[in-house]
Write a protein that binds this ligand. Sequence first.
Ligand SMILES: NC(=O)c1ccc[n+]([C@@H]2O[C@H](COP(=O)([O-])OP(=O)(O)OC[C@H]3O[C@@H](n4cnc5c(N)ncnc54)[C@H](OP(=O)(O)O)[C@@H]3O)[C@@H](O)[C@H]2O)c1
Length: 360
Amino acid sequence: MASDADFMRRAIELAEKHRGRTSPNPIVGCVIVDKSGALIAEGAHKGPGEPHAEIVALQRLGGRAPGATMYTTLEPCMHHGRTPPCAPAVIAAGIARCVVGSEDPIPGHAGGMKALRRAKVKVARALIDECDASNRGWLMWARHRRPAFTLKAAITLDGKIATVAGQSQWITGKPAREDVHRLRSEHDAIMVGVGTVLADDPRLTARRPGARNPVRIIIDSTLRTPSRAKALAKGTRRIIATTDAAPPQRERTLARTGAEIWRFPVRTGGVPLDHLARALAEQGITSVFVEGGGQIHASMLRFALADELVLYVAPMMVGGPSPSWVGGEGVRALDDAHRFRFIETVQIGSDLRIRAVRGE
Ligand SMILES: NC(=O)c1ccc[n+]([C@@H]2O[C@H](COP(=O)([O-])OP(=O)(O)OC[C@H]3O[C@@H](n4cnc5c(N)ncnc54)[C@H](OP(=O)(O)O)[C@@H]3O)[C@@H](O)[C@H]2O)c1
């Protein structure tokens, strides 16, 4: 007999199919199981304006599921937005038990579980951590009004991102690079520093069939980005985050490429990344994939914005004084080190992918 965890795992799987396409909404999956334990309906949320996962699943049953159990990765909402609230529909359908993954942190949306209990629907919880992890970006955005940032780097076994002569293409193999394209398409935006634009001229696109291209962001205090930079090629929204120190003439030139120029107050250390994070959240950007270079990664750590790390480690060493993937001045005492917790290590081709999240 399948357990609550098994059914919730299926609901997470359904939600995952729409990763990267629902912002600023979360990914949500839902399954409905009848009294005999048979799965009778499934649903997932496809994005803004589309029905929520619970409604999609209920619609498959004509809106009626007396005595059934619903599994939903996110608390059914109580919010009248573009679509009507879900909790009343769950109650009206006759659902007897509702198993919830994540709690909805948005004031005005939450209260679904309370409403269900009030209507005598049994409420239980399952796979809370897994459901929270599946919406890490959205939860960060909903709770703290900033996107979740993932720092990515392709490194050698000695932590370098280039040789002493600056050669960095390619440290990792094709399978790892293809994996990067997948991760790009799953984030709302990709971000790099102007140093990387000048050194590598990356396109910052997700080159895989059917992939959605994220917003491209360049951090550049004085607008040194060349107007012919590949990252500025038309396609999706392009943002250059700069400061009041940037020459107006450069702004006019770069604006002609169709890029948006976002000016922030000048601060030592360049563009104030905390201001940028808030501005991105206001635009509904909930997740950002930060692809370097070392200066930007160092600043992300300094601003306490490095929420997740994805490191592709190639089985090679280059030695010497070539740059490592985190630059900056570094810390003196181990007590001041930025601490992370490993959440995954897998081999991709001949490389390793290591994922870690902030924490002890
Ligand atoms: N292997 C990999 O995965 C990988 C990935 C990316 C890059 N790379 C390599 O990394 C190298 C480039 O890295 P990099 O460290 O020189 O450049 P970077 O981190 O890409 O860009 C740093 C520049 O961004 C600007 N900036 C503006 N605001 C900033 C802020 N708040 N914090 C930090 N920088 C800010 C600064 O220039 P202004 O003062 O002019 O604004 C700074 O010099 C290249 O050699 C590239 O090949 C490797």
